[in-house]
Design a binder for this molecule. Structure first.
Ligand SMILES: [Zn+2]
Length: 264
């Protein structure tokens, strides 16, 4: 019988805690290390529907990417039923469900988020992007391709509802990738000789500034660029613990929809 702790230890072998950014909060964030686990639910985020899904499946543990508490965007000062985060955390505790989150340590890990993204985009000749371990670079095997064609390919490969992109007027051949919000690495990608950067959460001025710098930008969305890591988490745990029942959440899908001009 596995415990929350043995599962956490295995996940830290995949993505060592030391790899996490200093502001981050990773590992077992809610629950009991000694709790016995037979069933695990894997999701990019721990939301109310994901918690309800875990309850209905009888899962004792949720393994997620984004921290459910005490990171830069979800600080915890109270645990109140009448706040969205308090309600969520109390739901986990009431239902005796533990939560392990592997975040920036999984972003930088070999075989983690950014390698999963590189694989999903079927890029070859991989290399690192940033000195802090975030991002990867790779080559389009059948490139160079026109940016419009490549943007469509990315959208299909990552199951996006659509992508936003800015065209620097160069075909796509050497591509940098950064799962989630990695806008600040665009200049780094350019300096490594990449013509295109696939990431998420780009702002207007990120696009505006990239074009004169000579790099195409593709914003493929936060969820699609990181959701690819769920399969890695599942495979890692299933290979190590064949007796565990591990399922990917079906209640968490891309929340951002696109109303495309010209569609009826
Ligand atoms: Zn993220």
């Amino acid at each position: 019988m596995q415990t929350v702790e043995t599962i956490e230890n295995r996940l830290f072998q995949l993505a060592p805690k030391a790899g996490a950014m200093d502001w981050d909060n990773v590992g077992l964030l809610v629950g009991d290390p000694a709790q016995a686990v037979t069933r695990v639910l894997v999701a990019l985020d721990i939301t109310e529907p994901v918690v309800r899904e875990a309850i209905s499946l009888g899962a004792q543990l949720i393994v997620a990417h984004h921290p459910v508490m005490n990171c830069t965007w979800l600080p915890v000062q109270t645990l109140r039923e009448d706040t969205p985060q308090g309600h969520l955390l109390r739901s986990l505790v009431r239902s005796d469900i533990s939560a392990i989150c592997m975040h920036t340590n999984l972003d930088v890990a070999s075989g983690g988020v950014n390698d999963a993204l590189l694989d999903a985009l079927k890029l070859v000749d991989p290399g690192p992007l940033a000195p802090d371990g975030l991002g990867r670079v790779g080559t389009v095997p059948d490139g160079p391709l026109p940016l419009g064609e490549y943007a469509k390919r990315v959208s299909e490969q990552l199951h996006c509802n659509g992508v936003r992109y800015a065209d620097a007027g160069i075909p796509v051949h050497r591509v940098a990738v950064g799962g989630g919000a990695c806008a600040e690495y665009a200049a780094e990608a350019r300096s490594l000789g990449c013509d295109t950067f696939v990431t998420a959460d780009l702002k207007y001025h990120d696009f505006l500034n990239a074009v004169p710098q000579g790099i195409n930008l593709i914003d493929a969305g936060h969820f699609p660029t990181e959701n690819v890591v769920c399969a890695v988490l599942i495979k890692t745990l299933q290979d190590t613990f064949p007796d565990l029942t591990i399922q990917k959440s079906t209640s968490l899908e891309e929340v951002i929809q696109y109303d495309v001009k010209g569609d009826s």
